[in-house]
Every structure is written in structure tokens, then in C-alpha cells.
Ligand binder design. Structure first.
Ligand SMILES: [Fe+2]
Length: 239
């Protein structure tokens, strides 16, 4: 950027980043088959006592990390977790970090219906470095058909059922005082997976209408690798 004779550098103030990937319909179908089973099982373990989700009509259920139909998802998350680790330290230009393994240590399903919501919260971590995330396996028509327009004026309902990240001040009039709002709303789409640092606060707005909004949430820990060689096969697309 040039202002008359002066060269001006723009120095961005960046706090964090989120990974987004789509895991494909085949994996989603077999996950949903498993989730249908535990949803219908009266003896399925509830995870609600560990969560803040106000899921009164639906359920929040513990997912077995040994379940065959869940293992492909766990492998994807752990691979993405390693990519996240590498990408983070590449961005911060820190080459001193040891190789680590990423471990999915907790996973649960969230079956939400009209009026259910998840208030602003962060996630606990097993290790100092932790990632959390969600993947969508069912989205009701009323959310699917929403425009993706995030304008909330005139009681638009545009963000009903959306996931919202809050990573700083979120002033409505911020842009008029040179303050970039530090929040981001995401339209949930079946197959989309989001991976973020566990401290990053987020919430889910309620929706109105027929159908189930179904997602899986999870936490990832990082552990030092004894043997420094490891495979890392997910590719990262910078945005
Ligand atoms: Fe959460």
C-alpha cells in the first residue's frame, strides 16, 4: 500500500485459527447408523452431567472410542490435530517444538430439537495444548434452507441453529470505531468438521422447526512422541 511517497505496511493482529474440513457422506452414514442405535437405547450413557448444553428435548450421549463406525472419524481428527499442531508452530515460526501425538480422549453426540441450545462455553483439556471440535451429521430443513446471510436486523432469525465463535470483543458498533468484531457465526452443514483450540469460546443458537440437529463433539490432547517419526497425511488448505 502506498500513501504519496510513503510505503505503509499493514500489520494484522491475529489471535487464532480454526480448521474446517468435510469428511464425506460414507463416514457420516455409518456414524448416523451408530448414533441411531444409541439414541434408541434406554441404557445409553448420558454425557449431559459434564456439559452445559441446554438440550432439554434431545440428548447428549457418550460415544465409545472403540466403536468401529467411529474409528474412521477419530483417525481423521487425530490426523487433522497433528496438522493443526504443525501449522500453528509454522505460523509462529517456532521450530523448537517436539513431535507429538494427537489423542481423541472424549467424544459425545448432541441430539438437539426446536428450542434446545448451547450457551457460551469453552472446553476443559487433558493436556495444556488441547483442541476441541464438532462435526455435523444431521441438519433440519429449517437450518439447511437458511440463506447464510448473517444480518440479524429485523428479527431475521438468520443465525438460528448456527455455531458462533467468540474470540474477543463483539461490539455491534465496533466497525464504526475501527474495531473488528471478534466473533464468527457458522452455518452447520452435514459432513463439515470444525477443529479449534479448546479455550476458544463458542455457543449454539436455538432453532425453531421440525427435525433433529445432530452433531458429534470431541476433545483432543497432545502427548510427546518417544519416537520422532510419525505419519501425517491430511492436507491443509490455507484460507
Ligand atoms: Fe462446545
Amino acid at each position: 500500500m502506498a500513501t504519496k511517497q510513503l510505503e505503509v505496511d499493514v500489520i494484522p493482529l491475529t489471535q487464532s485459527f480454526i480448521f474446517k474440513a468435510n469428511i464425506g457422506q460414507d463416514i457420516i452414514s455409518s456414524i448416523n447408523q451408530y448414533l441411531d442405535e444409541i439414541l434408541a437405547d434406554e441404557n445409553a450413557k448420558s454425557h449431559a452431567h459434564k456439559l452445559v448444553g441446554q438440550i432439554a428435548k434431545g440428548k447428549q450421549l457418550e460415544i465409545s472410542l472403540q466403536e468401529d463406525r467411529i474409528l474412521p472419524l477419530i483417525n481423521i481428527i487425530q490426523s487433522l490435530g497433528l496438522n493443526y499442531y504443525d501449522y500453528f508452530y509454522k505460523r509462529t515460526e517456532d521450530t523448537s517444538q517436539p513431535k507429538k501425538t494427537a489423542h481423541v480422549y472424549a467424544m459425545w453426540s448432541v441430539h438437539s430439537y426446536a428450542g434446545d441450545y448451547n450457551p457460551l462455553h469453552d472446553h476443559g483439556t487433558q493436556t495444556l495444548q488441547g483442541l476441541s471440535g464438532s462435526v455435523y451429521t444431521k441438519i433440519p430443513p429449517v437450518i439447511q434452507e437458511s440463506s447464510g446471510n448473517l444480518d440479524l436486523s429485523n428479527a431475521s432469525g438468520n443465525q438460528n441453529g448456527y455455531l458462533q465463535f467468540v474470540y474477543g470483543d463483539s461490539p455491534v458498533i465496533g466497525p464504526s470505531m475501527f474495531k473488528i468484531p471478534q466473533n464468527m457465526a457458522v452455518k452447520p452443514v452435514v459432513g463439515d468438521l470444525y477443529l479449534w483450540p479448546s479455550w476458544l469460546e463458542h455457543m449454539v443458537y436455538p432453532f425453531d422447526g421440525e427435525g433433529e440437529r445432530r452433531s458429534i463433539a470431541f476433545n483432543v490432547s497432545f502427548h510427546k512422541l518417544e519416537n520422532s517419526s510419525r505419519s501425517n497425511d491430511a492436507s491443509v488448505h490455507k484460507t
